[in-house]
Design a protein around this ligand. Structure first.
Ligand code: FES
Ligand code: MG
Length: 572
């Protein structure tokens, strides 16, 4: 077992009648706690990723106070502590580059601290998997409270969500948006605290928090600043005291059954492709491996049923009114393991039985009449992606699901921007735009740059979607025909590094294939893509370059994956 730690402290130290206990209590009294309060049990840490460098998580000061009320109402003592925060828009070279650092910080802080349980406050994309990974490895009972989506904006008289930014940026690129509108958009699009207000990565991870039994069922979609979210936080404070008394280790939440439920609901939601990377990383912290075959089987047999932005029409608030994540899960309950426990101790089957029937005609389609015939996410493999790749089908043009076209290759983001809008770029609507050198090692940190913009001359001609292939990720707020996480990446010598302009690439999502139609003998004679920067010799960059795993293994560090799994066959 991996959960043997050389040092482990818990809240019983505050009850110690000797010197250790006195010293601990005395220091806490300095914060104004009374003699009675410092003897309360259990001691609950509130791990907050609040930061002014992370606007999506800016509501956590209030939510931490609400959690604290809940803990105290249940007789515990709550002590808030910070972890590093990772903002999607502000973090360079990418947010994924720092996720494992956050997870290590959470794990070590929990282990080093006199606490019996922890409430994790995560919102913006990486902060949810980061806190979960750290807590699972630490082994201390944990409950998750997510930030909730930010309010919907009003732009040009219409309700407008974050995904509108991609179209606004494209309009600006081709000169179709005025200076005044450009400035006005900046002022309205993010109208308050909270995470991106569509089914992007943050919302998908909040849903997964529910499915894995860390967050209260039905908690993912309550708006960031609503009283309902305060109530969720307070209830979660009471809940952690109960979870501690029941002694539920977080690792026990993560089973192949709960992971399957999470993957299937992600596919039913048309959720973010980033979630598949995070789920593999979470699995790895519990000594499990999902692996390509399971992902492929679960995704292809799960209907896409959620007509919500950015892939569909409804707002998250419409989905919340229709019953939220539990309602989507209920619609595919025949595919789920109903005995899996929720955060509040009930099983999912009991939650479904207690729910009103999910209304027809709303944003949640019937499983027998899905929005697309072939699921929300396609898991691919082939000569161009021997280690796998993924494509979000939800929101992608159906024509792109089977496509053969000529490659137009870009070596990194700078190369792409230097060429993409040129009139003489040799590209047409059937071309396949290849962006490489932007994976885990190449990025570094597999940045969200995979949504290669449509070349300006095609955009002006009315082209709105093209097949793109990349070793990068893309924002969960994006949609379009983009094959992502191609593995192994170009920077470590994957076949993507051998592609040349004009090569034929073939995608077949029905067959789950992505192939480079160039004879093997010819490929063997080619020199791979060159360039890229040498890995740093010191600091985090050096650690990252040496230890980060490819996306099909969750992008965790090899030495952070549970010992039970390391060295074991991928089919475990
Ligand atoms: Fe933070 Fe989307 S940028 S949740
Ligand atoms: Mg993102």
């Amino acid at each position: 077992m991996s959960q043997e730690h050389i040092h482990r402290l818990d809240g019983r130290i505050f009850g110690d009648p000797g010197a250790d206990g006195m010293v601990h209590r005395a220091f806490l009294r300095a914060e104004g706690y009374t003699a009675e309060e410092v003897r309360r049990h259990p001691v609950i840490g509130i791990c907050t990723s609040w930061s002014e460098l992370n606007p999506c998580n800016s509501g956590f000061r209030d939510l931490a106070a609400a959690v604290k009320r809940g803990v105290e109402a249940a007789g515990g003592l709550a002590l808030e502590f910070p972890t590093i925060s990772i903002s999607e828009p502000f973090s360079r070279p990418s947010s994924m580059y720092l996720r494992n650092l956050l997870a290590m910080d959470v794990e070590e802080t929990i282990l080093a601290s006199p606490i019996d349980g922890v409430v994790l406050l995560g919102g913006c994309d990486k902060t949810v998997p980061g806190v979960l990974m750290g807590a699972i490895s630490a082994g201390t009972p944990a409950v998750l409270v997510t930030a909730g989506p930010r309010p919907v904006a009003c732009w040009q008289g219409e309700p407008t969500t974050v995904d509108a930014q991609w179209d606004v940026i494209d309009q600006r690129r081709v000169g179709a948006l005025s200076d005044a509108d450009w400035a006005a958009f900046e002022g309205v699009i993010h109208s308050g605290p909270g995470t991106c207000n569509v089914m992007g990565t943050a919302t998908t991870m909040a849903a997964i928090g529910e499915l894995l039994g860390f967050a209260l069922p039905g908690s993912a979609l309550a708006p960031a600043a609503a009283p309902e979210r305060d109530r969720i936080a307070e209830d979660s404070g009471r809940l952690i005291v109960d979870v501690v008394s029941r002694g539920v280790p977080p690792r026990s939440r993560v089973t192949l059954e709960s992971l399957e439920n999470a993957v299937r609901v992600t596919c039913a939601l048309g959720g973010s492709t980033n979630a598949l990377i995070h789920l593999e990383a979470i699995a790895g912290r519990a000594g499990l491996r999902i692996g390509h075959e399971r992902l492929r089987e679960w995704s292809r047999s799960t209907p896409f049923i959620t007509d919500v932005k950015p892939n569909g029409r409804a707002l998250l608030s419409d989905l919340e009114t229709a019953g939220g994540i539990p309602a989507v899960a209920a619609r595919i309950r025949h595919l789920l393991h109903e005995h899996v426990a929720t955060a509040d101790g009930r099983t999912w089957g009991e939650v479904f039985d207690a729910m009103a029937p999910v209304a027809l005609g709303g944003p949640i389609a019937d499983a027998a009449e899905p929005l697309t015939p072939d699921g929300g996410i396609s898991v691919l493999r082939g000569s161009l992606a021997p280690g796998g790749a993924v494509m979000k089908l939800a929101g992608a043009a159906s024509a792109a699901r089977r496509h053969r076209g000529r490659a137009v290759v870009f070596d990194g983001v700078a190369d792409m921007w230097s060429k993409i809008d040129r009139e003489d770029l040799d590209v047409d609507a059937d071309s396949v735009l290849v962006l490489r050198g932007v994976g885990v090692k190449g990025g570094p940190g597999i940045p969200e740059v995979g949504h290669v913009p449509i070349p300006a001359k095609l955009l002006r001609a009315g082209v709105t979607d093209m097949l793109r292939v990349t070793d990068a990720r893309m924002s969960g707020t994006s949609s379009g025909s983009v094959v992502l996480h191609v593995s192994p990446e170009a920077a470590v010598g994957g076949p993507l590094a051998l592609v040349r302009d004009g090569d034929e690439i073939e995608l077949d999502t029905h067959a789950g294939r992505l192939d480079l139609l160039v004879p093997a003998e010819e490929l063997a004679a080619r020199a791979p893509m060159t360039g890229g920067v040498a890995p740093p010799r010191r600091g985090w960059g050096s650690l990252y370059a040496r230890h980060a795993l490819q996306p099909d293994e969750g992008c965790d560090f090899d030495f952070l994956v549970d010992e039970d799994l390391r060295g074991r066959e991928a089919s475990a």
